[in-house]
Design a binder for this molecule. Structure first.
Ligand SMILES: [Zn+2]
Length: 446
């Protein structure tokens, strides 16, 4: 609820230092919060996060700075501490967030408790690097929203400057070609180095002005205009000219609530992200021995080679399995069989079971248990493990290995003749004993 636009950050969004008096101190959510009689700290609002920085107690009589009643300094006027940023005596704390309450009062949230009473004089200093970054993102959002609104008629229905990315939501779809056009237009506005003009038109004039606004506005309206591109009611802070944005990059776009959510970067963030992309592209280009502009073709070729090699491996494994299975004893009637498969994946084990089932389809008397081979490096007295198993046993089999297994070990799973499967919990020692009782074969991949 900002009505007067009298704060220092509206008078000059580039002002980083100020003096003020503490008006009130309170505690919220375990944190000390201060209300000041004036401030450069922008409170969270309109998609722009609240400012951070520091506050320091400023003695009433300071030989270095002289004594001045802050109340006599009009908002936005030059401040004796503005240029010097000289540290004053007195305790210092960090402002970790700035917010407005329901009554429109700005509260500075501190990193630690302070002993300052109402009336204490303080100097404040913005975390300027962060604020300027936020101003670049916010100013870029105006351009992109204005351009999109003018060309496609869409409204910006959501805006958030995050730690890494800025998101913009529009209430209509945009194609990749549309996005490229918007990005081109926004950067053309940057190259023209146009001003962000701030105005406070009288209410009676507002109906005759075409401007974007998310809300029905009461009280004074602050309009931010970029000539030829946008006019928007705004309570945030902007850069002075579009040239300060350097680069506007639309990084991604996805369908969102019937419209589109775009991610945007501008200024320092855009440069840093492009540098990260370049670093990754250079690494990829070096490993593929191709220029950066030809990576997609290189990756496509690699994928094709990989697919061919996987096919070759699969064919080789199939042939090996076929060879091994063909060498197994023809009959397991007299004694049930146990086949241990070394280094088989569960998928390969399943495939082996499928093939063995086909190979033994004509054997009416069969009991054949398939298990993965235990880890050879593990201790013999190791813990029991639940191993995937397949059991081939036709209904005509004279031995019922399935019932014996269920009686002797924890078994999960089931099935019916001629195939049972599941998990068999068995220790290495138990498995060795079982192998002694059965006709053992081992199969390993080449
Ligand atoms: Zn704005």
């Amino acid at each position: 609820m900002i009505e007067s636009f009298g704060e220092l950050y509206y008078a000059d969004s580039y002002r980083r230092h100020f003096t003020a008096r503490v008006l009130a101190v309170r505690t919220r959510q375990g944190r000390t919060e201060l209300r000041l009689d004036q401030t450069c700290f922008y409170p969270e609002g309109g998609g722009q996060p609240g400012d951070r920085g520091s506050l320091q107690e400023f003695p009433e009589t300071n030989p270095a700075e002289g004594c001045r009643q802050p109340d006599t300094v009009p908002a936005g006027a030059a401040d004796p501490t503005e240029q010097s940023a000289r540290p004053a005596a007195g305790s210092r704390c960090q402002v970790i967030d700035t917010r407005l309450d329901d009554q429109g009062v700005i509260w500075h949230r501190l990193d630690q408790p302070v002993t300052w009473e109402p009336g204490t004089r303080v100097t404040g200093e913005l975390d300027w690097l962060r604020r300027y970054d936020l101003m670049q993102q916010h100013s870029a959002e105006h351009l992109v929203s204005g351009i999109t609104h003018r060309r496609f008629g869409y409204d910006n229905v959501g805006f958030h400057i995050g730690q890494d990315l800025t998101t913009l939501d529009f209430n209509g779809p945009l194609t990749p070609a549309d996005l490229r056009w918007i990005e081109d237009q926004a950067n053309q506005a940057v190259w023209q180095n146009l001003p962000y003009e701030i105005s406070y038109p009288a209410r009676e004039l507002l109906p005759s002005i075409s401007y974007r606004s998310k809300l029905e506005l009461d009280g004074a309206v602050r309009l931010v205009t970029v000539p030829g591109y946008d006019c928007c009611a705004c309570c945030g802070t902007q850069v002075r000219r579009t040239g300060e944005l350097g680069l506007i990059k639309l990084c991604s776009a996805e369908s969102y609530k019937g419209g589109m959510r775009l991610t945007l970067l501008a200024g320092r963030r855009a440069l840093q992200e492009m540098q990260r992309w370049q670093q990754q592209l250079d690494l990829a280009a070096a490993s593929l021995s191709r220029p950066r502009t030809d990576l997609a073709a290189g990756i496509s070729q690699l994928q094709q080679e990989l697919r061919q090699q996987r096919t070759q491996v699969r064919i080789s494994e199939d042939r090996w399995l076929e060879h091994c299975l063909a060498g197994l004893p023809a009959h397991y009637a007299a004694k049930p069989g146990l086949i241990l498969f070394q280094d088989f994946t569960s998928q390969q084990l399943k495939e082996a079971a499928r093939r063995l089932l086909a190979l033994t389809a004509r054997q009416p008397d069969l009991a054949l248990l398939l298990l993965p081979a235990p880890d050879r490096t593990g201790p013999d007295d190791g813990q029991a493990a639940a191993l995937p198993f397949y059991l081939l046993q036709p209904a005509t089999a004279s031995l019922n290995l399935w019932e014996q297994l269920k009686a002797g070990y924890p078994v999960q799973g089931g099935g019916r003749a001629p195939l049972y499967s599941g998990r068999l919990t068995i220790s290495p020692r138990q498995l060795r004993r079982l192998a002694d009782q059965l006709q053992l074969q081992s199969i390993g991949l080449p």
